[in-house]
Design a protein around this ligand. Structure first.
Ligand SMILES: N[C@@H](CCC(=O)N[C@@H](CS)C(=O)NCC(=O)O)C(=O)O
Length: 207
């Protein structure tokens, strides 16, 4: 088994799915939390000048989705057929489009940018949510409310969506109340025993 070292800031955000896959697969890894003080000298040593980076036997792999896809393929969280894997990718890409739209709101909620929270929820958050979450609501229902967004096995896009929904609940309680199938699916995902254990034992972070 290679040695895994994951570098990210002290938050869940773009790294948490990688940590969860490794924990679910019972693979030891070093979870390095880079401080804002240590980041500037480290930045030029990373392939794209950003985190997360996963080191696999000392070789660097940048960008969150590439890391998630790599680990998901290695450890069986990538769907059970090529078509399911394609759906996992489609949903993850849709999630990325949604997140790019709603990101300015989260930057304010996380304290990285200034802005009026109420106005931003109304003008940025609600329209982004009401474009993306109806798709998830239907997908969850069409998949039989079986606790997965794709197929019948836990995939990295389940983890990605569940993690994001948790972050929404943390900062905007009630924001997703019109999407009960999504909430039900996320609750089932989070009740996966090893994932539940991870969520309960991790240190709380703002983002
Ligand atoms: N597309 C990249 C984006 C990575 C990214 O935006 N990383 C941010 C933290 S979430 C970062 O490294 N910021 C520090 C910097 O750019 O100097 C990914 O998904 O990994």
């Amino acid at each position: 088994m290679p040695s895994f070292k994951l570098f990210y800031f002290d938050g869940r955000a773009r790294a948490e799915v990688a940590r969860q896959i490794l924990h679910l697969a019972d693979i030891p890894f070093e979870d390095v939390r880079v401080s804002y003080h240590d980041w500037p000298p480290m930045k030029p040593t990373t392939p794209f000048g950003q985190l997360p980076v996963l080191e696999v036997d000392g070789e660097q792999l940048p960008t969150s989705y590439a890391i998630f896809r790599y680990l998901a393929k290695e450890f069986g969280f990538n769907g059970q057929t090529a078509f399911e894997t394609a759906w996992v990718d489609a949903l993850a890409d849709q999630h990325a489009d949604y997140f790019n739209e709603i990101k300015p709101l989260f930057f304010v909620l996380w304290g990285f940018a200034q802005g009026d929270r109420t106005t931003m929820v109304k003008e940025i958050g609600a329209p982004a949510r009401d474009k993306y979450f109806p798709l998830l609501e239907k997908i969850a229902k069409d998949n039989g409310l079986n606790g997965h967004f794709v197929g019948e096995s836990l995939t990295w896009v389940d983890l990605l969506i569940a993690e994001h929904v948790g972050t929404v609940h943390q900062h905007l309680p009630g924001f997703l109340s019109a999407y009960p199938n999504v909430i039900k699916t996320v609750n089932k995902i989070n009740s996966t025993p090893r994932l539940k254990e991870w969520i309960e034992k991790r240190e709380p972070t703002a983002f």
